[in-house]
Design a protein around this ligand. Structure first.
Ligand code: AMP
Ligand code: GLY
Length: 426
């Protein structure tokens, strides 16, 4: 069968890699893909279509006998790509536009959790600067307060205000300067949760679900979780923080009621469900839902999947997820993101990349490209996050050491990365 993967990051490169391992797969198309997927060869080829050009993607899928499409990032989901493909009778992995509100509207997701008794931070919703400022000024308001634009802001619409001044400044940016446009029309202000974060990923057909290994992301740019927030600078799995006991609570208190709640509300949730958690004394709380796989977490959880990825995806679309194998390797994985100098602020692109030949020979090591392009037979940087270097090991320590050994074999001007990925778990 032919498979189409939509997106251009390291997450989508990892999905291509995993899909290409599947025996039943003849061709893997990726739209638009990146320099890494362009260089994969074999079954994999790039298709020059943007992830948000929904009609063109559907036409491509129809014209090229694509039997299964997988959506990597949230934008096409919010635009309703799943609804469009289903109307045309094409199989696609992901939630409908209505179900994707779990990610695309923080207002919807907070109210949904409230309706279904799913543990999350207490919150209030504001639609104008004046009422938000009033709330911030109240004597009983305790800091930090977390202030969030309700709509999609590519992970940038969250402020952790340490005091009243910072909170007022966030409100000004959202309501007056409108730096996130309409995504900031509704603002959620919530209590600050203590604890440590982890991500749990489920694949679901709406009723049955299967769990990947729990992972932990590293969102800040600097070592020791310092500096600005990024798209994610590295990840590892399994995260020991998510013990069997915690996972059981996550399933019973979060995943099962979420899927049931969505079914009961007539917005059956299918595809990947990403639960961003804060875990405090083994008690899990939802920080956010995402309607897709995480990036960079996908680059560790997929290589740890032993079973056939595409077979599981197909079963999630056909409603037979509990009939297929879904086993994990008994290994650990770590991924280190190499970014362009200056990221997450201004950075330059077009820097030639040198990859040492030794890299290809490293066992259990996968180089996933994020922002690269392959132009005139030269690999160049093309984004803020450039690579996600994954290694597997029999222990977490081994996978981390091996990932960092691989990182040293990659060079381009201005390359930077965190040196402490996974250190917290050791
Ligand atoms: P979100 O986009 O909702 O995942 O928020 C981005 C990041 O902000 C999260 O990964 C957390 O690190 C932090 N964050 C969000 N909400 C809270 C909260 N209620 N308490 C503490 N930290 C939070
Ligand atoms: N790892 C963060 C995200 O994918 O949103």
């Amino acid at each position: 069968m032919n498979v189409l993967i939509i997106g251009s990051g390291a997450r989508e490169h990892a999905m291509c890699w995993s899909a290409a391992l599947s025996e039943g797969v003849r061709r893997v198309f990726v739209a638009p893909g990146n320099g890494g997927t362009a260089l994969m060869g074999g079954k994999v080829s790039n298709v020059p279509l943007k992830a948000t050009s929904l009609d063109d993607l559907l036409r491509f899928a129809v014209d090229n006998d694509v039997e299964l499409t997988v959506v990597g990032s949230e934008s096409p989901l919010e635009l309703g790509i799943v609804d469009l493909f289903r109307r045309a009778g094409k199989k696609i992995v992901g939630p409908t536009q209505s179900a994707a509100r779990l990610e695309s509207s923080k207002l919807f997701s907070k109210e949904f959790m409230h309706r279904h008794g799913i543990p999350t931070a207490g919150y209030s919703v504001f639609r104008d600067a004046q009422s938000a400022s009033c709330h911030i000024g109240l004597a009983e308001t305790r800091y930090p307060q977390v202030i969030k634009a309700s709509g999609l802001c590519a992970g940038k619409g969250v402020y952790i205000a340490l005091d009243k001044e910072q909170a007022l400044s966030a409100i000004r940016e959202l309501f007056e300067e409108r730096i996130f446009g309409d995504a900031g029309n509704e603002v959620v202000i919530e209590e600050f949760l203590q604890g440590e974060e982890a991500s749990v990923f489920a694949l679901t057909d709406g009723t049955a679900y299967r769990l990947f290994l729990p992972a932990q992301d590293h969102k800040r740019i600097g070592d020791g979780d310092t500096g600005k927030n990024t798209g994610g600078m590295g990840a590892y799995a399994p995260a020991p923080l998510v013990t069997a006991e915690v996972m059981q609570k996550v399933e019973e208190r979060i995943i099962q009621p979420t899927l049931k709640g969505m079914r009961d509300e007539g917005a059956v949730y299918t595809g990947f469900l990403y639960v961003g958690l804060m875990i405090d004394n083994a008690e899990p709380f939802v920080v956010e839902y995402n309607a897709r796989m995480g990036d960079p977490e996908c680059q560790v959880v997929l290589p740890l999947l032993k079973s056939d990825f595409v077979q599981a995806l197909m079963a999630s679309v056909d409603g037979s997820l509990d009939e297929v194998p879904f086993e994990m390797h008994r290994k650990s994985a770590a991924t280190v993101v190499i970014a362009s100098g200056g990221y997450p602020d201004h950075y330059e692109t077009g820097k030639p990349v040198t990859l040492s030949d030794e890299l290809a020979a490293m066992e259990d090591c996968m180089l996933f490209h994020a922002g690269t392009a392959y132009e005139e037979r030269q690999l160049v940087t093309a984004g803020g996050r450039v690579f996600s270097v994954t290694a597997l090991g029999s222990t977490l320590r081994e996978s981390i050491d091996s990932a960092y050994r691989a990182v040293e074999k990659i060079s381009f001007e201005g390359a930077c990365y965190r040196t402490d990925i996974g250190a917290k778990a050791l």
